[in-house]
Design a protein around this ligand. Structure first.
Ligand code: HEM
Length: 384
């Protein structure tokens, strides 16, 4: 089974958000035994329900000993009503979500299971709870099941995302070593070959493609790492981040003839976001702008602004050059799509993922005849 720590804080947050009060749980107390007495019946009902669906029947047939699921679900149902949704119960439930990924149960079927459980509980309430108490008991049981759905979904999303990221990380790691060996050997060969000959041109092209692969592996690593980490929201100065990012990119790319203008509107210079995420996002966006710039009129303008009633800061990054055409615009955020021969096609997907993670957006707009405008919108922060 996947070894992922239980996110206790998030589970406690779900519990608090659903507002299941102690009074409600006390009100349920006289009916708990009634529900518990239906445990075995629930196990059988659940088993038969999913044994009738071909896709889940196969999973059940794999599971040994036969009919184990009926016992598992009967136990789960009983503990739902015996225990007061404590930390142990929520952890157990969360781990069952991870187990479902292991045994290949799609979350949609788990959700269907919760819908069937809700109907089963409503039938018990209808037949065995006095009519005056029914609305309150129904509301509490519904909230408890809502909590279970949230916890199970959280586990499923965490586990499947983790699996995807592990695959991507593995591929990037496996590709990195051969590229380093190829790159090193090509450089050695290049030293032995005449610098003006046909072979030398061929080697140049291999080196350039090897570097592209190296950058791609690095970008995949960045994507993975940033996707995995939760953002730490702090107050950030756009002026500071963008000035140093632009200086770094200019130095790394050896750019010294471009005209760069920075215009920050006094009321729109602070954003609430993760500092490292911002640095990475702006680095990719600024690199893109410098690469797309018109070499005969190299100009970059970064400006901030917004509407005073708004809760967001708008950062515009404009560069001269040929704006993207329709086909390029449609594919800007598709990983590995690049209109540049040595591009990795990962810059904009990373930038957009970071913007979303930090509750913002990134859009690219052509400015016909002049250049391209990249607009970043981020939550505004007040001075600390
Ligand atoms: C209301 C929805 C569901 C709940 C509350 C639930 C609960 C659980 C729990 C508590 C476990 C035991 C986890 C462990 O001991 O590590 C489990 C395991 C399992 N579940 Fe589910 N489950 C649900 C839906 C489903 C569905 C729709 C299937 C489809 C076939 C399924 C198949 C399995 C299997 C094969 C196992 C592993 C073997 C076993 O312990 O019986 N579950 N589930």
């Amino acid at each position: 089974m996947l070894n992922i720590p239980v996110p206790h804080d998030r589970l406690a947050f779900f519990l608090a958000e659903l507002g299941i009060s102690d009074e409600e749980l006390d009100f349920l107390a006289p009916y708990r035994d009634t529900f518990v007495s239906h445990g075995d019946e629930f196990g059988r009902y659940f088993y038969d329900y999913f044994y009738a669906i071909p896709r889940t029947r196969i999973i059940i047939d794999h599971d040994k000993p036969a009919r184990r699921l009926a016992k598992t679900l009967s136990n789960w149902f009983e503990s739902l009503f015996k225990e007061r949704l404590n930390k142990e119960f929520l952890s157990f439930l969360w781990k069952s979500g991870i187990r479902h990924v292991d045994v290949n149960v799609d979350q949609r079927y788990v959700n269907l299971g919760y819908a069937a459980t809700r109907q089963f509980c409503h039938r018990i309430i209808q037949s065995q709870v006095p009519s005056a108490a029914r609305p309150q008991v129904t509301s509490t049981v519904d909230k408890m099941l809502d909590l279970c759905v949230l916890v199970a979904t959280d586990a499923y999303v965490t586990a499947t995302t983790r699996c995807d990221l592990e695959v991507i990380k593995g591929v990037a790691h496996q590709v990195r070593n051969p590229i380093t060996v190829i790159g090193g050997n090509i450089l050695r060969l290049q030293r032995k070959i005449e610098s003006s000959g046909k072979d030398s041109q061929m080697l140049e092209s291999i080196i350039s493609q090897t570097r592209r692969l190296e950058r791609m592996v690095t970008d995949i690593g960045v994507y993975n790492e940033i996707f995995r980490e939760d953002p730490q929201f702090t107050v950030n100065s756009l002026q500071q981040i963008l000035s140093s990012t632009i200086a770094q990119v200019k130095e790394a790319k050896g750019i010294n003839n471009a005209v760069v203008e920075l215009i920050f509107h006094p009321g729109f210079t602070l954003v609430k976001a993760d500092t490292r995420d911002l640095q990475v996002m702006f680095r990719y966006l600024v690199e893109n702008s410098f690469e797309a710039m018109d070499l005969n009129d190299p100009y970059l303008r970064v400006s901030s602004g917004g509407d005073s009633s708004e809760r967001f800061v708008h950062v515009e990054i404009f560069n001269t050059g040929i704006p993207p055409d329709k086909d390029q615009l449609d594919n800007l955020y598709t990983p590995f799509y690049s209109s540049k021969p040595t591009g990795t096609g990962f810059g904009l997907p990373i930038a957009r993922m970071i913007a979303r993670k930090n509750l913002g957006t990134v859009t690219i707009e052509p400015v016909p005849g002049r250049g391209t405008k990249c607009m970043v919108v981020l939550p505004k922060a007040e001075p600390a």
